[in-house]
Design a protein around this ligand. Structure first.
Ligand code: ACO
Length: 333
């Protein structure tokens, strides 16, 4: 039997501090109207002081394991751009918080594409026989790397976490995940970056300037590339799966900008009503965004068993990736 990966459980977690556009306009040269019309965002959540990325990840992970009916998994893969520390990886801390001391646990860093990369890694572990169940988490605390004075980034991002449990099964089983399409273009590394904190500046390869410790993004340049790469990647994965755009029940993309979601759906020929969007309520949660939007749609009862989903993401690196999955018969809590 060829081992395949199927979705066995899903969960998500948002911190409690809701930050509306109005909260931001009180301290930044911006407006609710600009944020809503240029991004689709109305509010986001920031974690309280004292909370870390591993706390959000562990909460989402616990919910996904509960949804899968599992008290243990064989491995934990965490996608994050905002680890608790530069070293070590955050996944072992998450595993420990879940009572999973002893199981392999590691981080994947592909910024907003991180969850798709982590899911592909988990599916590879299952296919290779390295695990029978894997907890895949996307968790971010972008509030810790945003420059509060930078209106071009601080209105966009929010904190949150989403998780899936994937398990080995037959390809024909409900919930099958894959194939995947993944890619990168490191010549665009400067477009989405945190310059400080790595070997480059420690070894004097680039001179430090004010604000290097903060996240920066050349949004306008990235916008066009986001649509182009996600469209090409989505088409590649559809072709590998033998599916047409018309077969897709739900388009579940990284939530970077509502205008990107609408443009992408249009380019792919998928009706807007089939696009999952929660960016208005949570902002851009980077690696957490795809499992978060999927879990919220699942909780709202939007999926039927057998629905065909197309997942696609684009982010820093530059990186991009897509996959497909058939929604399983998952009970809702
Ligand atoms: N409030 C008011 N005005 C603003 C704000 C703000 N918060 N931010 C920027 N502006 C101004 C700019 O200064 C500019 O003014 P100017 O014309 O006088 O120079 C004007 O608004 C237009 O700026 P643009 O950057 O062209 O705005 P745009 O419509 O492109 O929206 C945005 C910016 C939302 C960032 C958009 O470009 C975008 O979504 N880009 C893609 C992001 C993406 O996909 N990233 C990858 C994934 S995320 C990741 O990997 C972490």
């Amino acid at each position: 039997m060829t081992r395949s990966a199927v979705l066995a459980g899903i969960g998500s977690f948002l911190p409690s501090r809701r930050v509306t556009n109005e909260h931001l306009t009180a301290r930044l040269d911006t407006s609710d109207e600009w944020i809503r019309t240029r991004t689709g965002i109305r509010q986001r959540y920031f974690a309280e002081p004292g909370t870390t990325t591993s706390d959000l990840a562990a909460e989402a992970g616990a919910r996904a394991m509960k949804s899968a009916g599992l008290a243990e998994v064989d491995a934990v893969v965490l996608a994050t751009t905002t680890p608790d520390r530069p070293c070590p990886a955050t996944a072992p801390t998450v595993a420990a918080k879940l009572g999973l001391v002893g199981c392999p646990a590691f981080d994947v860093q592909a910024v907003c594409t991180g969850f798709v990369y982590a899911l592909a890694t988990a599916c590879g572990l299952l296919a290779a026989g390295g695990a029978d169940t894997v907890l895949v988490i996307g968790a971010e605390m972008f509030s810790t790397i945003l420059n509060p004075a930078d209106r071009t980034t601080s209105v966009i991002f929010g904190d949150g976490a989403g998780a899936m449990v994937v398990r080995a099964a037959r390809a024909a089983d409900g919930g099958a995940i894959g194939p995947f399409d993944l890619g990168s273009d490191g010549t665009g590394a400067d477009l989405i970056t945190v310059r400080a904190g790595g070997a480059e500046q420690r070894r004097g390869r680039s001179a430090p300037t004010a604000g290097d410790e903060y996240f920066s993004m050349a949004g306008r340049e990235v916008f066009r590339q986001a649509v182009e790469h996600m469209a090409a990647s989505a088409r590649a994965v559809l072709s590998r799966a033998g599916w047409q755009a018309g077969d897709i029940d739900w388009l579940a993309c990284h939530q970077a900008n509502l205008r990107i979601l609408v443009r992408l759906a249009d380019v792919l020929g998928i009706p807007e009503a089939r696009v999952l969007a929660n960016i208005a309520a949570v902002g851009n949660t980077s690696a957490a965004s795809i499992p978060l939007v999927l879990d919220q749609a699942h909780q709202a009862g939007r999926f039927q068993a057998g629905d065909r989903l197309l997942l696609s993401a684009f982010g820093g690196g530059l990186t991009w990736g897509s996959t497909v999955l058939t929604w399983p018969d998952l009970t809702r809590p």
